[in-house]
Ligand binder design. Structure first.
Ligand code: PA5
Length: 463
């Protein structure tokens, strides 16, 4: 009944999203400079001549990946928010927790890969530097020669403090070591009209560059060179990832609500919050390496839909508060609240249907009846049984929940899921009539913080 009542709004939202896909513009909405707001993320899955991802740009990325494979010992990717979270998901789901503990040979010749610049944290920065210096010393002693370190600095604006401060500290320190050879690659807005600081620096210093395309906001940029430059440094199949996104985009072109996954997801969430007061959204994938998917989604949802004003300038206080959870871990922590707390949440599960690796639980203590009774069960089946139990318990107590089911944890299926979620917020922006592509709220603290941080620095008169 809710859906039936909403039909005219849904049809309008679908027409607006189709217009955005075809023209790259948001209908009836002007950006600050009075021009139609450009939104191009839905073009990214399509690799073709003249597109943002062209065959040449993919070939160039792959060539860069080969260079990194052949020449780098360590890669550090600097970035925050949209310039970090997408790459992190690709890394975690393909490399896992122990990647950097393996030898280069065990990694198939790929270098170590670290993230930095996603906080202003002196302790972790010191630990990272100490680790790199230690690796350099080890290389010098055992193999001779310098440690080859690639620093990838990703910033659309080219001057984000968190990213640039960590980058400058690490670059400066590593340059002091005679055992380390440092190369820098910059990923930033390529526009020449008003070049970013990072672009200017890259030109001055002769650094290789990749682009954060105009019209692609940070939280949608995993499908662009932002996510892909990082991904080729650990051998990620970027073409399969884009093919998954493309497959999902094609599946979401139909105006038939129950056949269009992104639109259906948006409509159900919109109704859950607007008609049923469910304004907290928990993303709870089952599996450790999917935790960063939840973290990526937090930014997507919070920045896109958390808005005071709608597009007509009316105060609406729209959006849902996103929460990161992981199954089964958080069944032992958050589930009490999900099950019995206020009726204000939607819990969304992500499951992997077929895991690449599995274990049968062995009968190690046959005389301990309870432990022996688990034996013979596959860990993957036990994981899914736990998820189903959680789903059933929530459903039995009027708790809204949903399931995204991935056939396998591959780049293709991850591309499908991440794209579905991105397109879904575009649909929901239209349903709620809020601008899903700006983030005026984050400018407020930046205006307070900027001058204060600048005041901490050395003044030119002080040398
Ligand atoms: O979504 C966004 O726009 C932000 O989260 C940015 O990605 C983040 O602030 C980093 O910005 P930049 O890429 O300009 O360094």
């Amino acid at each position: 009944d809710d859906v039936r009542e909403l039909r005219p709004v849904i049809e309008k939202a679908h027409a607006a999203v189709m217009h955005m896909r075809e023209t790259g513009e948001v209908r009836g909405h002007l950006s600050k400079d009075g021009m139609p707001e450009k939104v191009l993320f839905s073009k990214l899955p399509y690799v073709s001549e003249g597109n943002l991802n062209s065959p040449e740009s993919i070939a160039r990325l792959k060539k860069f990946g080969e260079k990194v494979h052949d020449e780098a010992d360590v890669v550090v990717s600097f970035g925050i928010g949209g310039s970090y979270l997408g790459g992190r998901v690709l890394f975690d789901t393909s490399c896992g927790e122990f990647w950097n503990l393996r030898t280069k040979k065990q990694r198939g010749g790929w270098p170590e890969f670290w993230f930095s610049g996603n906080n202003i944290d002196p302790q972790r920065t010191k630990d990272l530097l100490e680790h790199i210096r230690f690796s350099a010393e080890k290389k010098r002693t055992h193999e001779g020669g310098k440690l080859n370190v690639f620093l990838i600095v990703i910033s659309k604006s080219g001057s984000t403090f968190d990213t640039m401060s960590a980058f400058m500290v690490v670059l400066d320190e590593l340059r002091k070591s005679e055992n380390i050879d440092v190369r820098v690659v910059a990923v930033t807005d390529p526009s020449t009209e008003k070049p970013t600081l990072l672009k200017k620096l890259a030109e001055e210093q002769g650094w290789e560059t990749f682009a954060v395309p105009d019209g692609v906001g940070g939280r949608f940029s995993v499908f662009s060179e932002v996510g892909l430059t990082a991904a080729v440094c650990f051998g990620y199949d970027i073409e399969a990832f884009l093919a998954g996104a493309r497959g999902m985009d094609e599946a979401c072109r139909t105006p038939e609500l129950f056949e269009n996954p992104a639109m259906l997801n948006a409509v159900l969430k919109f109704l859950a919050s607007e008609k049923h007061g469910r304004d907290i959204e928990v993303l709870m994938p089952y599996g450790d390496y999917l935790k960063s998917l939840s973290e990526w989604y937090i930014q997507l949802l919070a920045e896109s839909l958390g808005k005071t004003y709608n597009r007509r300038g009316e105060k609406v206080y729209y959006g849902r508060t996103p929460i990161v959870a992981v199954g089964t871990t958080d069944m032992h922590a958050q589930t009490q609240q999900h099950q019995e707390g206020r009726l204000n949440k939607v819990v969304q599960f992500v499951r992997v249907e077929k895991w690449k690796n599995d274990f049968e639980i062995p009968n190690v203590f046959p005389s301990v009846e309870k432990l022996a009774s688990f034996s013979g069960a596959a860990m993957s089946s036990a994981l899914e049984t736990a998820r189903e139990a959680n789903e059933e318990a929530l459903s039995g107590n009027h708790r809204f929940n949903a399931l995204f089911s991935m056939p396998e944890l591959t780049p293709y299926h991850l591309g499908e899921l991440m794209y579905l979620l991105a397109l879904s917020v575009a649909y929901e922006g239209e349903l709620a009539d809020v601008d899903a592509f700006d983030q005026p709220g984050v400018e407020v603290y930046k205006k307070i913080m900027g001058p204060r941080i600048a005041a901490l620095g050395r003044k030119p008169s002080e040398g």
